[in-house]
Design a protein around this ligand. Structure first.
Ligand code: IDP
Ligand code: MG
Length: 160
């Protein structure tokens, strides 16, 4: 089967990555940031943030009708999250691969969820599922002026 959202594109993309409240409480913030840094993505936004209910509902609006929706909103607003914007070639699909399957018991070892989590309802990290949603979510979670464009010195050592 062809899964277009899993095929890394050659476009420079923005993706919204978030350490969920369990990841913050368990002291996994550094570990999770590190995986995206080491991969070679560019960090363009970063903050610790207590998410209001309305924002959590907007972010997950596609899941509104799911039975687990109220628990999901409760989970995401239960403590501070770490909001991040990352940029890179094929960043959306590549970040989803680094994160692993939604259910951590099905996520491959080596992925963030595969290595660090056991339950879908406590899966430590979020990653945008399309370039469109990457832009949408960065717009939702960050204000103007919170996103920084810069040129990493490692750029010529990452891409020929
Ligand atoms: P994703 O985070 O891998 O993109 P989605 O299907 O978009 O997965 O679901 C968003 C989040 O909702 C999941 O990461 C997880 O925290 C939660 N979730 C999804 N399915 C379930 C479920 O069946 N039970 C409890 N929580 C769920
Ligand atoms: Mg999703």
């Amino acid at each position: 089967i062809f899964l277009p959202h899993l095929v890394a594109s050659l476009e420079v993309e923005q993706t919204y990555i978030m350490v969920k409240p369990d990841g913050v409480q368990r002291g996994l913030v550094g570990e999770i940031i590190s995986r995206f840094e080491k991969k070679g993505f560019k960090l363009t936004g970063l903050k610790l943030f207590q998410c209001p209910k309305e924002l959590a509902e907007e972010h997950y609006k596609d899941l509104q009708s799911k039975p687990f929706f109220p628990k999901l909103i409760q989970y995401i607003t239960s403590g501070p999250v770490v909001c991040m914007a990352w940029e890179g070639v094929g960043a959306v699909a590549s970040a989803r691969k680094l994160i692993g399957a939604t259910n951590p018991l099905q996520a491959e070892p080596g992925t963030i969820r595969g290595d660090l989590a056991v339950q879908t309802g406590r899966n430590v990290v979020h990653g945008s599922d399309s370039p469109e949603n990457g832009k949408r979510e960065i717009g939702l979670w960050f204000k103007e002026g919170e996103i920084c464009d810069w040129i990493p010195v490692q750029e010529p050592w990452l891409r020929e």
